[in-house]
Design a protein around this ligand. Structure first.
Ligand SMILES: [Zn+2]
Length: 491
């Protein structure tokens, strides 16, 4: 037996006897009208009674009712004041509603979409339903029959034809997030560099994208001394996978992702408690693979190239060491001062090579680059830095539209001082912890050429410790939605 994710469908509003309904109410008058009035009638006025008895519809408030009437259950979700409701709060509310229904043993939930009355409500309901119920269960083998499962969520609207496009789009986006989470959660003994490269090839084949794979010997020939050094200590050889989507005219947008399939830290070995979950160090690469896949599935009118750098950072007699001096693809020399600052090394060659080859209009990279992100912005905000205010503005707008949170940090040249080496052009790690997110970006800046460039550091936001709202414990799929939205709006 295999665990199956919740199926989410769109249908015309039809409230039948015995069903379980999720409906929303807002603080704007607590009005029970339209289809919600029908629900109220069928449930022996359970909704009106709940309001009378203290349901205030505060933001995120949930109330499960088991009415005496014809319905099995009515789950009320409070929206607070609609005008103040943010997209992420809306999505989280729906997700928590779906989780509550699942915990209550409900196997099919009908969502009364028309009761929400919020802009883009179909998108939010679809994302909340799909992401909130998603679980990584692939490696669970025992007692699966006892696991409570919400088999189906039916999103009910008055006019499904009118909402079909928004629903289909939201599904593609949610799928991209789910697949990103699954692959990031996949353990390093299963998802090594070869397996992720094959995965990239499969995505390319399924979506008719061009796919080029650089193997270790190709990279050596090209003079990529940084990524090859990082990969040296592992039996899993480093690779770069490049996927190309041609949906428009002109030069492409280049998306680059860090894919360290496991990061032991190398000879600067990570201690216990820091080495766990280092399977998440491939998240940047996995993110970009699913962004370009979604962009293709959505038929976005743009040209996009995704270049993902794959390596495993391990310890062995072959591994690179502190004090090594490496030569990057663009000719710059890098002194290794910390083998755990490997992400910027694999990105350096990948950026320099793909920028030269594809001459992009803009470059965006995403990486679990630093732990310094946690000190800077904590667990739910992703720092963004870059060389181009317009590009950063476009990414911030895209994040706002999806309800994800990014925050810009400066990239003033003074920060570059910290990356200077006594013996090479650069060193890969600073002497202390100061401004780690920015100095990491300052390092990368040497490899992006003249194109406008922005860098997202998901070092902390990649992972969730809580099972709450649209998030589960584990990989978050953060920035997938932002990046799809960004490419969709690209001009
Ligand atoms: Zn590292």
């Amino acid at each position: 037996m295999m665990h199956k994710d919740t199926t989410v469908v769109l249908s015309k509003t039809m409230i039948s006897a015995g069903s379980s309904v999720l409906a929303a109410l807002s603080e704007d008058g607590l009005k029970i009208s339209g289809a919600l009035k029908v629900v109220d009638g069928m449930s022996g006025n359970a909704v009106s009674l709940a309001v009378k008895n203290g349901f205030k519809a505060e933001k995120g408030e949930l109330k499960m009712l088991y009415p005496a009437g014809k319905l099995h259950a009515v789950l009320l979700l409070g929206l607070g004041k609609r005008a103040e409701l943010k997209q992420d709060q809306f999505i989280d509310g729906v997700a928590d509603g779906a989780k509550a229904a699942r915990s209550a043993g409900i196997t099919e939930l009908h969502v009364l979409a028309d009761s929400f009355g919020v802009k883009d409500s179909i998108r939010g309901i679809t994302l909340g339903s799909m992401l909130g119920t998603h679980r990584f269960m692939k490696y669970k083998t025992k007692d699966l029959a006892k696991v409570k499962n919400l088999g189906k969520i039916t999103i009910m609207v008055e006019d499904p034809a009118k909402q079909q496009k928004a629903f289909d789009e939201a599904k593609i986006v949610a799928d991209a997030v789910k697949k990103t989470r699954d692959m990031v959660n996949t353990p390093p003994n299963v998802a090594g560099t070869e397996e992720v490269a094959q995965y990239a090839k499969k995505i390319a084949a399924e979506n008719r994208l061009k796919c080029t794979l650089l193997e270790e010997k190709d990279m050596e020939k090209l003079g990529m001394g940084c990524i090859t050094a990082v990969g040296k200590g592992s039996a899993a050889k480093p690779k770069i996978a490049i996927l190309e989507y041609n949906g428009g005219a002109g030069k492409p947008v280049l998306l680059v992702g860090k894919g360290v399939t496991f990061d032991s830290g190398g000879y600067n070995l990570k201690p216990t408690n820091y080495i766990n979950n280092m399977k998440d160090d491939k998240a940047g690469a996995i993110t970009m693979l699913h962004v370009i896949e979604a962009v293709a599935r959505l038929g976005v009118k743009a040209n996009v190239v995704a270049a993902v750098a794959l390596a495993e950072n391990m310890v062995s007699g072959m591994a690179y060491r502190p004090d090594d001096i490496l030569k990057a693809y663009n000719g710059m020399t890098v002194e290794v001062t910390n083998t755990d600052a490997e992400g910027r090394l694999v990105l350096a060659d990948t950026l320099a090579y793909s920028v030269e080859k594809h001459k992009p209009q803009a470059v965006v990279d995403i990486a679990t680059l630093t732990g310094a992100t946690m000190i800077a912005l904590g667990h739910f905000t992703t720092p963004i830095v870059g060389t181009d205010e317009k590009l950063i503005g476009q990414l911030k707008e895209a994040a706002d539209a999806t309800g994800e949170k990014v925050w810009q940090l400066p990239l003033w040249e003074e920060y570059g001082e910290a990356m200077k080496s006594d013996v090479a052009d650069l060193k890969n790690s600073t002497d202390g912890p100061d401004a780690g997110v920015i100095t990491g970006a300052m390092f990368l800046k040497n490899f992006v050429g003249e194109a406008p460039w922005a860098h997202l550091d998901i070092g902390t936001t990649v992972w969730s410790k809580a099972d709450k709202g649209a998030k589960q414990k584990g990989a978050t799929g953060v920035c997938v939605r932002t990046l799809i939205e960004f490419v969709k709006n690209w001009k």
